[in-house]
Write a new protein. Structure first.
Length: 253
């Protein structure tokens, strides 16, 4: 039975100084999941309200609402109308926890199968719908990794932290400018499930540069308003990333 006791977030955390809504949502999801796993938010406990979490972390209530949607999708929490948001029983959240902490090759193939079904269309929609300023912002994200353009030498130093941040920002911004809110919510869950493994894959020598170059080509086709080439570029990118992620998992044994 759900408890009416309201659990509190760790006072040492937040507020977070950023205006990237997707980044803030992911941070909030990660923190709440960590609290659930460590027992800080016990099974059946009622979480703080949207208003309380927004004030504590220095984010908007929309960001908190988006984080709740993601956590519901992961079966980590459930919402009871008129009562609040409650932590799910561990076995109800088993699928989400399994995918987050013990990704297998089969999990990765399934997740990338869904990504290939969605993200090439997202890239095409972005190319058809993005405003010039939105397309320019997408290219500006890639420039944080490739300031001199896509023809970097394979031996060129690439900041791993910057590459990881740009990878997250690129995919979040691309789906945002595609202007399909359903696709945006679906991808928020998928990319969150793959977050740790994606970060590890970018650390593979050469992968950060290849991803940035592939992002550059996609951003260029979005800027030029070419849906077909944007779609093809995303397909090629996902195939390359999937291959790297599977190699990372194989290396783990």
């Amino acid at each position: 039975m759900a408890s009416d006791k309201v659990e509190r977030p760790d006072e040492a955390l937040g507020p977070w100084g950023s205006d990237d809504g997707a980044w803030l949502r992911d941070r909030l999801v990660n923190d709440l999941l960590a609290g659930i796993r460590t027992g800080r938010f016990a099974s059946g406990a009622r979480l703080p309200s949207e208003r309380q979490l927004a004030a504590h972390y220095g984010v908007s209530r929309v960001t908190v609402r988006d984080a709740f949607r993601t956590l519901v999708g992961l079966r980590a929490i459930h919402i009871e109308r008129g009562r609040g948001v409650f932590v799910d029983d561990p076995d109800r959240g088993q699928l989400g926890d399994h995918l987050l902490s013990i990704l297998t090759a089969a999990d990765v193939r399934s997740l990338f199968e869904i990504r290939r079904a969605i993200e090439p269309s997202v890239a095409a929609w972005a190319a058809a719908r993005a405003e010039p300023a939105e397309a320019a912002a997408l290219l500006a994200i890639v420039r944080t990794v490739l300031p001199d353009g896509p023809d970097e030498s394979p031996d060129a130093p690439v900041s791993l932290a910057r590459a990881q941040s740009a990878d997250r920002a690129f995919h979040n911004h691309l789906v945002r400018v595609a202007k399909n809110p359903v696709a945006e919510r679906l991808l928020a869950n998928l990319l969150h499930l793959l977050e740790q493994t994606r970060h590890e894959s970018i650390a593979v020598p050469g992968r950060a540069l290849r991803s940035a170059q592939e992002h550059w080509r996609i951003a260029l086709w979005v800027q030029r308003g070419d849906p077909d080439r944007a779609r093809d570029g995303m397909i090629a990118h996902l195939c390359g990333v999937e291959e790297t992620v599977l190699a990372v998992l194989a290396a783990r044994g």
